[in-house]
Design a protein around this ligand. Sequence first.
Ligand SMILES: Cc1cc2nc3c(=O)[nH]c(=O)nc-3n(C[C@H](O)[C@H](O)[C@H](O)COP(=O)(O)OP(=O)(O)OC[C@H]3O[C@@H](n4cnc5c(N)ncnc54)[C@H](O)[C@@H]3O)c2cc1C
Length: 421
Amino acid sequence: MTAQAQTTGANTLETGILVCGAGAAGLMTGLALAQAGVDVVVAGPAPVAANGRTVALFDGSIRFLESLGVWERANPDAASLSVMRLIDDTGSLFRIPPVEFRASEIGLERFGANIETHVLVRHLLEAAQAQPNLRLLPELLDDFRFEADGANARAASGVIVSARLIVAADGRASPARRAAGIAASSSPYGQTALTAVFAHDAPHRDASTEFHTRGGPFTLVPMTDAADGLYRSGLVWLMRDREVGALSDVDDAALARIVERQAHSVLGKMRLEGKRGRFPMATMTVERLTGPRIALVSEAAHVFPPIGAQGLNLGMRDAAHLVEAVLAAREAGEDLGGPAALARYEALRKGDVASRTTSVDILNRSLLADMPPVDFLRGAGLATLASFGPLRRAVMRRGVLPQSGAPLVMRRPEPPRALAG
Ligand SMILES: Cc1cc2nc3c(=O)[nH]c(=O)nc-3n(C[C@H](O)[C@H](O)[C@H](O)COP(=O)(O)OP(=O)(O)OC[C@H]3O[C@@H](n4cnc5c(N)ncnc54)[C@H](O)[C@@H]3O)c2cc1C
């Protein structure tokens, strides 16, 4: 039993947990719950159209996808990420030499892997279509109601879906979060991310290169090779809003030349492949991650700029921890969406969400600041990282290998071999 949700004659659909949003986070949450035996409906259209956007997923996230049986399908479409290089291109007085993070320094073959976002969603959707206990309802929901003993929402076709718990995985605008009255505070940066995929003739050698510029980071992340054998990389270029208009008007060949120049030709000659994407940058925090009969995950709960590839990795930890909290409730004979399960989820997540959001915000604002004291502090921090191995390794572990406090499914059976400082 699976696939498209069937409704009863009364035009209602009953389930254990209703996941609102069939993006990457919603599909993963639904799959993990259903695989643990919970009856789930995942509602919403899945975003499977290409938009020039990729996600770099770290070790723990890949472990989660492996446990869902999705990594096996997605792996051939993902490129290894073994080196992360930061280059100060701000022109600051306190400019520092490039900093390089190598996965081998913390005993890993690679930090993770990079995949086009819509390709990942497609693999998740295929797995969800084949998953018992999981019904897909490819319609938008509205008219959310949160009661003491359950919650419900109305699908575009008029079907009412009722559940013990609604998981809001419906992105940054999150209609479910709004309906639940959970306050969110958002502040724009005046920056836009331009995204696109480029073929190029010099190898990326599994390395991402992040140039720190005054408009924001300009990052090239390795991808799998093109059909014609050329290498490929994904671009994420944060720039001030006023600069993005000019770039949108240039043709593909001109854009490729501009990007090649901005990258100091580190990847040789470049050619644009497919569409460009534009994403306004903001930071968003919420007052709480839960409310009666609702839990927020991923971008419904936190938004920040794509620096250090933290966004979906954090959202996946939300999903995995939520599943832990729900299963602990089931084990204890409690209500799957009751106060104890929600309190457990809130406690598991709030520290990680707050610390990632704050650190990315500080780094992004330090780049935009163009003030010598701020430049000095940023430069001094990076210079210390470059020259002091133990600190660099600690930062790498914290960035890509959260162990204590990480969801159980993401932990390594044994930590990677400790390397002497
Ligand atoms: C340029 C860029 C680069 C990035 N790079 C990385 C990276 O390298 N690594 C990383 O970890 N993260 C990265 N991120 C962040 C990552 O892309 C996001 O965290 C992730 O895509 C969020 O997924 P989501 O499922 O929470 O939200 P979304 O993908 O926004 O999905 C939400 C879904 O909810 C649906 N929805 C909305 N309203 C309703 C409704 N009423 N009913 C039903 N469904 C509804 C929408 O249609 C949508 O499909 C990047 C982000 C950007 C912008």
